[in-house]
Design a protein around this ligand. Sequence first.
Ligand code: NIG
Ligand code: FE
Length: 413
Amino acid sequence: MFVLNIKSLEGILPREVNRLAGSDMATKMSSLQDAWLSVGDDGRVEAFGLMADLDPSALAGHAIVDAAGGLVIPAFCDSHTHIVYAGSREMEFEDKIRGLSYEEIARRGGGILNSAARLAVESEDALFDAALSRARDMMSKGTGAMEVKSGYGLSTAAELKMLRVAARLSEAVPARVAITFLGAHAVPADYRGRQSEYVDYLIADMLPAVAAEGLAQYVDVFCDRGFFTVDETSRILDAASRYGMKPKIHANELDCSGGVQVGVAHNAVSVDHLERMGDEEIEVLRGSDTVATMLPGASFFLGMPYAPARKAVDAGLTVALASDYNPGSSPSGDMRMVMALGCIKMKLTPVEALAATTINGAAAMELSESTGAITPGRDASFIITRPMPSLTYIPYAYTEPFISKVFIRGRAI
Ligand code: NIG
Ligand code: FE
């Protein structure tokens, strides 16, 4: 397949570049004006070049897609989602409008425990249908790779149910899917007041069961005030490492929780949220390979401070932006909105925000050798935009429909 008449082909990277740190986020992704792009039968990008240099005989026998003056950008890589859930939590939305905080709602047994109660009575098939519909929405909005977490089960059986749904999802959609076990998302109601016993149960029962079915590549812990402590997180990460599960953790959303430090000490692939981050956390991340993943949709929805993305990029960190799509703190998987918040609220430039939502998101799922940029040999996962003046127009006109077509691994969505 050939895509012709591309006004600007954006997000081009050499094959050997698998993540962008600090100032490289602004400079290393290149673009080509008035371009064509070809896709192989294997669903990967084959080549690209200038329209002026294209030999028309090369097109013979190939499908042609006319970009008609639209841009082509890499599909988004959303490295942090909780899209397997039952029902919704719009009553808590009203509670928040009336002044209750996320933590107050959680302390009353709402929040994650509310979703856990709904998930417990939902069939695996119904959960799958709901998650599939969310994944399809995300793909239609340009997401070509996504991470999916468990964490509303909070018992061995219900966590396995969630992870099986995530595994089925990865088979059902063209997008790449990374799967994370988040048994330590909250202490379930039947363990109230016995948090350390829940951690014992998670380590002795849940982890081996998840590992036995090979259901998760990653392990996550909500390491924060009112949720799991640094010591508990450390125990869980140590235990998970014995099954080959690498950490991607929820850290520093509610407090300077020590989550960043414990994550980095365990070689976390990413530490995520980071709304509360001081100089010490930035220093710790600077000396590591851990991706700093920020979730501006949660800050927007909950009215929290935004993570210090500008400062983190200026300090040389590898910053990714993800949606955190979940029913409590970010009921949206719209990565264009995430990109726009990255620019408007976090002061990233559009090119930096593109790097954060593509190649660095892929790096936060260890998928960046295969996806996350326009590169011969990487996935042909990209968005053809409507005609528009420049990349900057995407986060600028932040509610204007911008997509003409989405391709994921060479297939039109
Ligand atoms: O990333 N903070 C912890 N977990 C999710 C929210 C989950 C929920 O409220 O259902 C998050 O924001
Ligand atoms: Fe989350």
